[in-house]
Design a protein around this ligand. Sequence first.
Ligand code: MGD
Ligand code: SF4
Length: 745
Amino acid sequence: MSGSRRDFIKISALSAAGLLLGGHYVQSAMSGKKSAGNLGSAVPLRTPTYCEVCFWQCAGWVYKNEKGDIQKVVGNDDDPNCNGRLCPRGTGGVGMYHDEDRLKTPLLRIKDQDGNQTFTEVSWEEAFDFIAERLQKIKEEHGPECIALFTHGSGGNYWGNMLKAFGSSNIAAPSYSQCRGPREVAFITTFGDGLNSPEPLDIRDTRCLVLIGSHLGENMHNGQVQEMSDAIDKGAAIITVDPRYSTAASKSKFWLPIKPATDIALLLSWIREIINNGWYDKEYINQYAYGFEELKNHVQPFTPEWAYGITTIRPEQIRETAREMANAAPSVIIHPGRHVTWYGDDTQRLRAVAILNALLGSWGRRGGFFIPEKKSVPEYPHPPYPAPRRTWREAMNGKYPLADLALASGVCDATIPSPDLDCSIKAWIVNGTNLIMTLPDQKKTIDAINNLELMVVVDTMPMEITGYADVVLPECTYLERWDDLRVAQGRNSSVALRMPAAEPKYNTKPAYWMAKEVAIRLGLGAYFAWETFEEKLDWQLKQIGSSLEEMKRIGVKNLPREFDDLFFAPGDDHEFYTNTGKIELYSTALAAEGFDPMPVYTPHMEPPAGYYHLNYGRAPMHTFSRTANNPNLVDLMDENTVWVNPKVANEWGLTNGQPVYLENQDGVIAKFPVKVRVTERIRFDSVYIVHGFGHADKKLSRAYGKGASDADLITRVLMDPIMGGTGMRGNFVTFRFNKESEVQS
Ligand code: MGD
Ligand code: SF4
């Protein structure tokens, strides 16, 4: 299959005989050892876990009946990420375990007697031998740095350990270049610190929360949603800037239905209002900030009247909302958002957000941003990693100098041979990320895959990405396995344990076991020196004054704060990790790289006549593309709809519930029709769909063909030149009534 075209293969129904055989094989291959994910003999009725349905990682308890069947998952009261309450997805996480469409046994791509590509069931031994042999060959022929890991989720640590030991640092997650990367770079260049997750926002004590395209409540970041609700009860004002009347907008004092792609203009105008009215925190800025005069001069042209012409937000509303923020300062948060890869100038937009927070003195202040603490838990001892001959940064070919992590899209690009590259990437290990629906420009992703000599996919479900794999490794769900400790940042650091609540179903296994088995075959067993995973966890926990025995009882341990205060005390000296040691309103790091040191507004493309901005987002009962087949969550929402303004519906003759196809500016049509939802809650120049629907694999019996996939339609990518984020909101769509005819008869 080396470097040749990979046909998408549907995971076929697996025979019971095959499964029994596979299961038996593994049992005998492992005889004498504890089985991976082993529960031991006495099955406790309540076991600790932390949730894997999204990356908030709430800690909870899994309850079982006397027969050992998993009944429910509930939040752990001591967990600061969830305060004892899971969101609908976390509660519905049990559906991942029960889903009968799950991957059930390792699969290998082969050619059948007619020359067609197909998957055949193989034993774990055969799968690992095949992978190790291919990786070794690629190492010998091209070097280990031609191997990459894409990961999102717990298993990434183990595959990352294996890969670093093998000599590669190409480890990328879509949660950076397709999500929060621009925000991290913007805050690092301004305050010298990124935000990470959960973001250190003191929402519960804020007096004013400004949400710019951040739809908390639909985006169920649990702790933040709870704190926002508390803040509203205590009278905090919410200002929501969104072309759509989101759930958050419905709770807001102000809803500013901004014209898409113009947020920087609004932010610059707010900055000008705050400065020119003297509403900024003078003492704070004098003591901590660098570049105030430059900023003041820079923003003078950006009057509310100027911004009105661009954003369609009335000047008096811009003034009133600026005053609302200033009145609440420093207990005000201009929320930094999370999925911020929109228009390619995202780092600059988030710089404007960071600057506004700085002017209002909210960084390090109660009701603003607190100073988080995160304990580091020592790694289980292993030999040092070899230095890679070429790092991930070199694979980016000198582009995106300020990226602080590897770019998933960059690794994908570096897989397509080009004269600029010494060596293109030859092998991907893909752990828990459905790249086909996650990276923009599907065609490019598939081109890259077709250049690979090996692609291994580790997943729990037959997703779009598994269809392109050479080897599919079925992972057991988070409810059936041990995993690394969750070490969370927060007002205090906390540690949570995940242990198996049930034996792995079918012939599935945890990723730590898979990575160790491949590592052993590559001669890297010393990097996985523990005998059992319990032994590793116990050793780590003892380093921080706990033990596995204690964590099994309590699930979460809150560690006392050791260092800084939660907030700056008045007049405190504070050194920021920027070039000047100050909060940089004028960024010296950006200037040094030839970028605008202060944000500027650049107009973006407008939709052609008959086309609308494709806006997309989240629903509270689903996470990305991973939950669309979950039986419990499908009960709550089984497809997405396309939100259409009544004026637009009228022009097109669209009615509620009518199925339409969406076609984008490049003539790409979504694979499946989506039902229309006519609503005043969306502007006339935009439509909106929830991301994660429109699955194309028939083996997803509940998700197949349900709704439209935004990922099918994101063919235009607006690259952020500063850090390589892939702006995905520059796409426009129109309606088609069937795939053949262009207009409704
Ligand atoms: P999912 O699409 O949910 O998210 O991107 P991804 O992390 O790729 O795919 C997760 C995959 O992990 C699924 O195949 C699922 O079956 C598998 N999985 C679930 N649990 C486990 C497990 O325990 N073990 C293993 N091995 N696999 C598991 C998210 C990324 O997408 C992010 S963070 C953002 S913010 C972006 N959002 C976004 C968008 O809104 N629209 C579009 N078009 N693209 C986007 N891309 C980005
Ligand atoms: Fe799970 Fe919901 Fe918490 Fe995410 S926010 S980790 S889905 S309970």
